[in-house]
Design a protein around this ligand. Sequence first.
Ligand code: 7XF
Length: 398
Amino acid sequence: MKKDYGFATKQIHTGSISAQDNYGSMQVPIYQTATYRFKTVQEGGARFAGEDGGYIYTRLGNPTQAVLEARMADLENGEAALALASGMGAITTAIWSAIDGESEIIADETLYGCTFAYFVHGLSKFGVKVHMVDMANPENIKAHLNKKTAVVYLESPCNPTLKIVDIAEVSRIAHEYNPDIKVMVDNTFATPYLTRPLDLGADVSLHSATKYLNGHGDVIGGVIVAKKDFVEVCRLHGLKDLTGAVIGPFDAFLLLRGIQTLDIRMDKHSKNAKEIAEFLRDHPAIKTVYYPGFKDFPGHDTAAKQMDQFGGMISFETYKGRDETAAAINGLQLATIAVSLGDTQTLVEHPASMTHSAYTPEELKAAGIPESLVRISAGLEDAKDIIADFKQAFDKLI
Ligand code: 7XF
Protein backbone atom coordinates (compact mmCIF):
# COMPACT_ATOMS: atom_id res chain seq x y z
CA MET A 1 0.00 0.00 0.00
CA LYS A 2 1.40 3.39 -0.97
CA LYS A 3 2.02 5.49 2.11
CA ASP A 4 0.71 8.72 0.62
CA TYR A 5 -2.88 7.51 0.37
CA GLY A 6 -5.38 9.47 2.43
CA PHE A 7 -7.22 8.15 5.50
CA ALA A 8 -10.36 7.13 3.60
CA THR A 9 -8.39 5.13 1.04
CA LYS A 10 -6.36 3.39 3.73
CA GLN A 11 -9.41 2.50 5.85
CA ILE A 12 -10.81 0.65 2.82
CA HIS A 13 -7.72 -0.83 1.19
CA THR A 14 -4.71 -1.33 3.46
CA GLY A 15 -3.68 -4.95 3.80
CA SER A 16 -6.45 -6.18 1.54
CA ILE A 17 -5.74 -9.66 0.27
CA SER A 18 -8.73 -9.97 -2.01
CA ALA A 19 -7.47 -8.81 -5.40
CA GLN A 20 -4.92 -11.52 -6.18
CA ASP A 21 -6.23 -14.40 -4.11
CA ASN A 22 -9.45 -15.89 -2.87
CA TYR A 23 -11.25 -16.01 -6.22
CA GLY A 24 -11.09 -12.21 -6.46
CA SER A 25 -13.37 -11.87 -3.44
CA MET A 26 -13.72 -8.12 -2.82
CA GLN A 27 -14.01 -8.54 0.93
CA VAL A 28 -11.47 -10.20 3.19
CA PRO A 29 -12.36 -13.86 3.69
CA ILE A 30 -13.12 -15.15 7.18
CA TYR A 31 -10.46 -17.78 7.84
CA GLN A 32 -12.54 -19.59 10.42
CA THR A 33 -9.90 -22.05 11.52
CA ALA A 34 -8.21 -22.81 14.81
CA THR A 35 -5.13 -24.50 13.39
CA TYR A 36 -3.06 -24.84 10.18
CA ARG A 37 -1.63 -27.88 8.42
CA PHE A 38 2.15 -28.40 8.40
CA LYS A 39 3.39 -30.41 5.41
CA THR A 40 6.06 -32.04 7.52
CA VAL A 41 7.23 -32.21 11.13
CA GLN A 42 10.20 -30.15 10.04
CA GLU A 43 7.97 -27.39 8.64
CA GLY A 44 5.99 -27.29 11.91
CA GLY A 45 9.23 -27.13 13.88
CA ALA A 46 10.54 -24.30 11.69
CA ARG A 47 7.35 -22.30 12.26
CA PHE A 48 7.56 -22.73 16.02
CA ALA A 49 11.22 -21.73 15.88
CA GLY A 50 10.27 -18.55 14.00
CA GLU A 51 12.32 -19.57 10.94
CA ASP A 52 9.26 -19.93 8.69
CA GLY A 53 6.61 -17.20 8.86
CA GLY A 54 3.63 -19.44 8.05
CA TYR A 55 0.60 -19.72 10.31
CA ILE A 56 0.61 -22.15 13.26
CA TYR A 57 -2.52 -21.70 15.36
CA THR A 58 -5.07 -18.86 15.45
CA ARG A 59 -4.03 -17.65 18.94
CA LEU A 60 -0.67 -16.85 17.34
CA GLY A 61 -2.03 -15.38 14.12
CA ASN A 62 -4.76 -15.66 11.48
CA PRO A 63 -5.01 -14.17 7.96
CA THR A 64 -8.27 -12.27 8.61
CA GLN A 65 -6.83 -10.85 11.82
CA ALA A 66 -3.60 -9.94 9.98
CA VAL A 67 -5.44 -7.67 7.54
CA LEU A 68 -7.14 -5.89 10.44
CA GLU A 69 -3.76 -5.42 12.10
CA ALA A 70 -2.11 -4.03 8.96
CA ARG A 71 -4.99 -1.61 8.47
CA MET A 72 -4.98 -0.35 12.06
CA ALA A 73 -1.20 0.12 12.02
CA ASP A 74 -1.52 2.17 8.83
CA LEU A 75 -4.37 4.34 10.16
CA GLU A 76 -2.42 5.15 13.34
CA ASN A 77 0.90 5.67 11.49
CA GLY A 78 2.34 2.83 13.57
CA GLU A 79 4.75 0.10 12.54
CA ALA A 80 2.54 -2.79 13.63
CA ALA A 81 -0.66 -3.74 15.41
CA LEU A 82 -2.17 -6.63 17.33
CA ALA A 83 -5.92 -7.29 17.35
CA LEU A 84 -7.42 -8.84 20.48
CA ALA A 85 -10.65 -10.19 21.92
CA SER A 86 -11.63 -6.97 23.72
CA GLY A 87 -10.43 -3.55 24.73
CA MET A 88 -9.56 -4.97 28.15
CA GLY A 89 -7.70 -7.76 26.37
CA ALA A 90 -5.66 -5.11 24.54
CA ILE A 91 -5.01 -3.05 27.68
CA THR A 92 -4.01 -5.97 29.91
CA THR A 93 -1.91 -7.59 27.17
CA ALA A 94 -0.01 -4.33 26.57
CA ILE A 95 0.54 -3.68 30.27
CA TRP A 96 1.61 -7.25 31.17
CA SER A 97 4.02 -7.08 28.21
CA ALA A 98 5.61 -3.87 29.49
CA ILE A 99 6.10 -4.58 33.20
CA ASP A 100 7.73 -6.94 35.66
CA GLY A 101 7.16 -7.41 39.38
CA GLU A 102 9.32 -4.41 40.26
CA SER A 103 7.68 -2.00 37.84
CA GLU A 104 5.75 1.14 38.65
CA ILE A 105 3.02 2.71 36.54
CA ILE A 106 1.79 6.28 36.48
CA ALA A 107 -1.83 6.46 35.34
CA ASP A 108 -4.30 9.27 34.92
CA GLU A 109 -6.96 9.05 37.62
CA THR A 110 -9.90 9.34 35.21
CA LEU A 111 -10.16 6.04 33.36
CA TYR A 112 -12.78 3.60 32.10
CA GLY A 113 -13.97 1.72 35.23
CA CYS A 114 -12.50 -1.71 34.36
CA THR A 115 -9.12 -0.20 33.43
CA PHE A 116 -9.20 1.56 36.81
CA ALA A 117 -10.13 -1.73 38.52
CA TYR A 118 -7.26 -3.54 36.73
CA PHE A 119 -4.77 -0.92 37.89
CA VAL A 120 -6.06 -0.36 41.41
CA HIS A 121 -7.49 -3.74 42.42
CA GLY A 122 -5.77 -6.08 39.95
CA LEU A 123 -2.12 -5.11 39.62
CA SER A 124 -1.75 -4.28 43.32
CA LYS A 125 -2.16 -8.00 44.07
CA PHE A 126 1.10 -8.61 42.19
CA GLY A 127 3.05 -5.86 43.90
CA VAL A 128 2.98 -3.51 40.91
CA LYS A 129 2.71 0.04 42.18
CA VAL A 130 0.28 2.32 40.29
CA HIS A 131 0.38 6.06 40.99
CA MET A 132 -2.85 7.80 40.01
CA VAL A 133 -2.44 11.48 39.08
CA ASP A 134 -4.41 14.16 37.29
CA MET A 135 -2.71 14.52 33.91
CA ALA A 136 -4.80 17.56 32.97
CA ASN A 137 -1.56 19.09 34.22
CA PRO A 138 1.16 16.92 32.61
CA GLU A 139 3.69 18.20 35.15
CA ASN A 140 1.92 16.06 37.75
CA ILE A 141 3.64 12.93 36.47
CA LYS A 142 7.03 14.32 37.51
CA ALA A 143 6.50 13.60 41.21
CA HIS A 144 6.30 9.86 40.51
CA LEU A 145 8.83 9.31 37.73
CA ASN A 146 11.62 7.06 38.96
CA LYS A 147 13.91 4.27 37.76
CA LYS A 148 11.11 1.72 38.14
CA THR A 149 8.57 3.63 36.03
CA ALA A 150 7.73 1.36 33.09
CA VAL A 151 4.43 2.79 31.84
CA VAL A 152 2.68 6.16 31.77
CA TYR A 153 -0.99 5.50 30.98
CA LEU A 154 -3.80 7.84 29.94
CA GLU A 155 -7.05 8.25 28.05
CA SER A 156 -7.95 11.34 26.03
CA PRO A 157 -10.76 12.28 25.93
CA CYS A 158 -11.23 10.47 29.26
CA ASN A 159 -14.14 8.20 29.99
CA PRO A 160 -16.57 9.56 31.25
CA THR A 161 -15.75 13.24 31.85
CA LEU A 162 -14.14 13.97 28.44
CA LYS A 163 -11.17 15.46 30.27
CA ILE A 164 -8.41 16.18 27.76
CA VAL A 165 -4.80 15.18 28.40
CA ASP A 166 -1.99 16.73 26.36
CA ILE A 167 -0.50 13.59 24.81
CA ALA A 168 2.54 15.34 23.34
CA GLU A 169 3.41 17.02 26.63
CA VAL A 170 3.02 13.88 28.78
CA SER A 171 5.12 11.94 26.25
CA ARG A 172 7.80 14.63 26.22
CA ILE A 173 8.11 14.74 30.01
CA ALA A 174 8.14 10.95 30.39
CA HIS A 175 10.69 10.38 27.63
CA GLU A 176 12.90 13.22 28.79
CA TYR A 177 13.18 11.34 32.08
CA ASN A 178 13.67 7.95 30.44
CA PRO A 179 13.17 7.20 26.73
CA ASP A 180 12.38 3.55 27.56
CA ILE A 181 9.16 4.43 29.43
CA LYS A 182 6.15 3.28 27.42
CA VAL A 183 3.58 6.06 27.13
CA MET A 184 0.28 4.30 26.46
CA VAL A 185 -2.79 6.15 25.25
CA ASP A 186 -6.28 4.68 25.18
CA ASN A 187 -7.47 6.26 21.91
CA THR A 188 -10.94 4.67 22.00
CA PHE A 189 -12.96 7.90 22.25
CA ALA A 190 -11.03 9.76 19.53
CA THR A 191 -10.19 6.91 17.09
CA PRO A 192 -7.30 7.29 14.63
CA TYR A 193 -9.53 9.49 12.46
CA LEU A 194 -9.44 12.25 15.07
CA THR A 195 -6.16 11.64 16.97
CA ARG A 196 -2.95 9.76 16.18
CA PRO A 197 -1.15 9.34 19.54
CA LEU A 198 2.02 7.86 18.02
CA ASP A 199 2.49 10.99 15.89
CA LEU A 200 2.29 13.00 19.12
CA GLY A 201 5.12 11.03 20.75
CA ALA A 202 3.27 8.22 22.55
CA ASP A 203 4.61 4.68 22.24
CA VAL A 204 1.42 2.64 22.28
CA SER A 205 -2.11 3.40 21.12
CA LEU A 206 -4.84 1.19 22.55
CA HIS A 207 -8.44 0.66 21.49
CA SER A 208 -11.64 -0.87 22.55
CA ALA A 209 -12.55 -1.72 18.96
CA THR A 210 -16.00 -2.52 20.33
CA LYS A 211 -16.80 1.18 20.00
CA TYR A 212 -16.30 3.53 17.02
CA LEU A 213 -13.90 1.30 15.10
CA ASN A 214 -16.62 -1.30 14.72
CA GLY A 215 -19.38 1.26 14.94
CA HIS A 216 -22.36 -1.07 14.78
CA GLY A 217 -22.60 -2.40 18.32
CA ASP A 218 -22.17 -6.06 17.39
CA VAL A 219 -18.55 -6.94 18.22
CA ILE A 220 -16.27 -6.95 21.26
CA GLY A 221 -12.67 -6.36 20.21
CA GLY A 222 -9.45 -4.52 20.96
CA VAL A 223 -6.29 -3.31 19.24
CA ILE A 224 -2.72 -2.43 20.23
CA VAL A 225 -0.68 -0.25 17.84
CA ALA A 226 3.02 0.34 18.50
CA LYS A 227 6.54 -0.22 17.20
CA LYS A 228 7.11 -3.67 15.68
CA ASP A 229 9.31 -4.96 18.48
CA PHE A 230 6.78 -4.13 21.21
CA VAL A 231 3.87 -5.55 19.19
CA GLU A 232 5.86 -8.78 18.80
CA VAL A 233 6.37 -8.98 22.58
CA CYS A 234 2.62 -8.38 23.00
CA ARG A 235 1.82 -11.14 20.47
CA LEU A 236 4.41 -13.76 21.38
CA HIS A 237 4.42 -13.24 25.14
CA GLY A 238 1.52 -11.04 26.25
CA LEU A 239 -1.22 -12.65 24.18
CA LYS A 240 0.33 -16.10 23.72
CA ASP A 241 1.39 -16.80 27.30
CA LEU A 242 -0.26 -14.27 29.59
CA THR A 243 -3.76 -13.27 28.53
CA GLY A 244 -4.77 -15.52 25.61
CA ALA A 245 -7.19 -12.77 24.57
CA VAL A 246 -7.33 -13.77 20.90
CA ILE A 247 -9.90 -12.21 18.59
CA GLY A 248 -12.07 -14.59 16.56
CA PRO A 249 -11.80 -14.47 12.74
CA PHE A 250 -15.45 -13.47 12.32
CA ASP A 251 -15.08 -10.56 14.75
CA ALA A 252 -11.93 -9.46 12.90
CA PHE A 253 -13.96 -9.52 9.66
CA LEU A 254 -16.75 -7.42 11.21
CA LEU A 255 -14.18 -4.90 12.45
CA LEU A 256 -12.71 -4.66 8.96
CA ARG A 257 -16.19 -4.00 7.63
CA GLY A 258 -16.85 -1.31 10.23
CA ILE A 259 -13.52 0.46 9.78
CA GLN A 260 -14.23 1.02 6.06
CA THR A 261 -16.74 3.74 7.04
CA LEU A 262 -14.96 5.12 10.12
CA ASP A 263 -14.37 8.60 8.70
CA ILE A 264 -17.92 9.34 7.56
CA ARG A 265 -19.37 7.90 10.76
CA MET A 266 -17.03 9.98 12.93
CA ASP A 267 -17.93 13.10 10.94
CA LYS A 268 -21.61 12.56 11.75
CA HIS A 269 -21.07 11.43 15.36
CA SER A 270 -19.04 14.61 15.89
CA LYS A 271 -21.61 16.83 14.16
CA ASN A 272 -24.53 15.32 16.08
CA ALA A 273 -22.66 15.57 19.40
CA LYS A 274 -21.98 19.26 18.79
CA GLU A 275 -25.65 19.95 18.11
CA ILE A 276 -26.82 17.92 21.11
CA ALA A 277 -24.23 19.57 23.38
CA GLU A 278 -25.35 23.04 22.27
CA PHE A 279 -28.97 22.12 22.92
CA LEU A 280 -28.17 20.75 26.39
CA ARG A 281 -26.11 23.84 27.29
CA ASP A 282 -29.14 26.04 26.67
CA HIS A 283 -31.62 23.74 28.44
CA PRO A 284 -32.83 25.23 31.76
CA ALA A 285 -32.72 21.88 33.63
CA ILE A 286 -29.07 21.27 32.74
CA LYS A 287 -26.33 22.68 34.93
CA THR A 288 -23.09 21.67 33.18
CA VAL A 289 -22.25 20.09 29.85
CA TYR A 290 -18.90 18.33 29.45
CA TYR A 291 -17.95 18.61 25.80
CA PRO A 292 -14.40 19.30 24.52
CA GLY A 293 -15.74 21.36 21.61
CA PHE A 294 -16.89 24.18 23.90
CA LYS A 295 -14.36 27.02 24.04
CA ASP A 296 -14.78 27.29 27.82
CA PHE A 297 -14.26 23.56 28.43
CA PRO A 298 -10.97 23.02 30.31
CA GLY A 299 -8.62 21.37 27.84
CA HIS A 300 -10.42 22.77 24.78
CA ASP A 301 -7.21 24.30 23.40
CA THR A 302 -5.34 21.01 23.74
CA ALA A 303 -8.30 19.17 22.19
CA ALA A 304 -8.25 21.59 19.26
CA LYS A 305 -4.54 20.87 18.87
CA GLN A 306 -4.60 17.06 19.05
CA MET A 307 -8.08 16.23 17.72
CA ASP A 308 -9.30 16.91 14.18
CA GLN A 309 -12.89 17.13 15.49
CA PHE A 310 -14.27 16.88 19.02
CA GLY A 311 -15.84 13.43 18.81
CA GLY A 312 -19.22 11.97 19.59
CA MET A 313 -19.26 11.88 23.40
CA ILE A 314 -20.96 14.30 25.81
CA SER A 315 -21.58 14.18 29.55
CA PHE A 316 -23.79 16.44 31.62
CA GLU A 317 -25.21 17.20 35.06
CA THR A 318 -28.68 18.48 35.82
CA TYR A 319 -29.71 20.78 38.69
CA LYS A 320 -31.63 17.88 40.24
CA GLY A 321 -30.50 14.88 42.27
CA ARG A 322 -29.67 11.40 41.10
CA ASP A 323 -33.23 10.00 41.35
CA GLU A 324 -34.96 12.82 39.48
CA THR A 325 -32.27 12.77 36.81
CA ALA A 326 -32.69 9.01 36.50
CA ALA A 327 -36.45 9.48 36.09
CA ALA A 328 -35.83 11.91 33.22
CA ILE A 329 -33.46 9.42 31.55
CA ASN A 330 -36.08 6.69 31.96
CA GLY A 331 -38.40 8.92 29.95
CA LEU A 332 -36.20 8.92 26.84
CA GLN A 333 -38.00 7.31 23.92
CA LEU A 334 -35.45 7.28 21.10
CA ALA A 335 -32.14 7.24 22.98
CA THR A 336 -31.46 3.93 24.73
CA ILE A 337 -30.19 3.34 28.27
CA ALA A 338 -27.12 1.22 27.64
CA VAL A 339 -23.38 1.20 28.29
CA SER A 340 -20.86 1.11 25.43
CA LEU A 341 -20.48 3.86 22.85
CA GLY A 342 -19.82 4.55 19.21
CA ASP A 343 -22.87 2.63 17.99
CA THR A 344 -25.31 3.84 15.35
CA GLN A 345 -27.92 4.32 18.09
CA THR A 346 -27.69 7.10 20.70
CA LEU A 347 -26.81 5.50 24.06
CA VAL A 348 -27.21 7.04 27.52
CA GLU A 349 -25.72 5.74 30.76
CA HIS A 350 -25.03 6.71 34.36
CA PRO A 351 -21.28 6.20 35.00
CA ALA A 352 -21.42 6.12 38.83
CA SER A 353 -23.75 3.13 38.82
CA MET A 354 -22.63 1.51 35.54
CA THR A 355 -19.32 1.94 33.68
CA HIS A 356 -17.53 3.44 36.69
CA SER A 357 -19.09 1.41 39.49
CA ALA A 358 -15.60 0.06 40.33
CA TYR A 359 -14.80 3.53 41.76
CA THR A 360 -15.73 4.18 45.40
CA PRO A 361 -17.50 7.52 46.05
CA GLU A 362 -14.14 8.92 47.26
CA GLU A 363 -12.36 7.68 44.14
CA LEU A 364 -15.07 9.20 41.93
CA LYS A 365 -14.53 12.50 43.67
CA ALA A 366 -10.75 12.32 43.25
CA ALA A 367 -11.18 11.52 39.55
CA GLY A 368 -13.53 14.47 39.04
CA ILE A 369 -16.50 12.23 38.17
CA PRO A 370 -19.70 13.67 39.70
CA GLU A 371 -22.06 10.99 41.05
CA SER A 372 -24.89 12.60 39.10
CA LEU A 373 -23.02 12.63 35.77
CA VAL A 374 -24.93 11.33 32.74
CA ARG A 375 -23.01 10.22 29.62
CA ILE A 376 -24.28 10.29 26.05
CA SER A 377 -22.84 8.54 23.03
CA ALA A 378 -24.36 10.52 20.16
CA GLY A 379 -25.61 8.11 17.52
CA LEU A 380 -26.05 8.55 13.80
CA GLU A 381 -29.78 9.36 13.84
CA ASP A 382 -31.04 12.79 12.72
CA ALA A 383 -29.80 15.25 15.32
CA LYS A 384 -33.20 16.96 15.46
CA ASP A 385 -34.85 13.70 16.55
CA ILE A 386 -32.30 13.03 19.30
CA ILE A 387 -32.64 16.62 20.51
CA ALA A 388 -36.45 16.41 20.52
CA ASP A 389 -36.17 13.24 22.62
CA PHE A 390 -33.89 14.90 25.21
CA LYS A 391 -36.19 17.92 25.22
CA GLN A 392 -39.34 15.93 26.01
CA ALA A 393 -37.51 13.92 28.70
CA PHE A 394 -35.64 16.78 30.41
CA ASP A 395 -38.37 19.45 30.14
CA LYS A 396 -39.96 17.48 33.00
CA LEU A 397 -37.10 18.61 35.30
CA ILE A 398 -37.72 22.34 34.75
O1 7XF B 1 -13.15 -4.62 26.70
P1 7XF B 1 -13.96 -3.59 25.97
O2 7XF B 1 -13.93 -3.77 24.49
O3 7XF B 1 -15.34 -3.45 26.55
O4 7XF B 1 -13.22 -2.18 26.18
C1 7XF B 1 -12.85 -1.66 27.40
C2 7XF B 1 -12.71 -0.19 27.29
C3 7XF B 1 -11.44 0.35 27.16
N1 7XF B 1 -11.24 1.68 27.05
C4 7XF B 1 -12.28 2.52 27.04
C5 7XF B 1 -12.01 3.99 26.93
C6 7XF B 1 -13.57 2.04 27.15
O5 7XF B 1 -14.58 2.93 27.14
C7 7XF B 1 -13.79 0.66 27.28
C8 7XF B 1 -15.15 0.09 27.40
N2 7XF B 1 -16.12 1.01 27.82
C9 7XF B 1 -17.55 0.73 27.77
C10 7XF B 1 -18.27 2.01 28.25
O6 7XF B 1 -17.61 2.90 28.81
O7 7XF B 1 -19.47 2.11 28.03
C11 7XF B 1 -17.84 -0.51 28.54
C12 7XF B 1 -19.18 -0.78 29.02
S1 7XF B 1 -19.17 -1.43 30.70
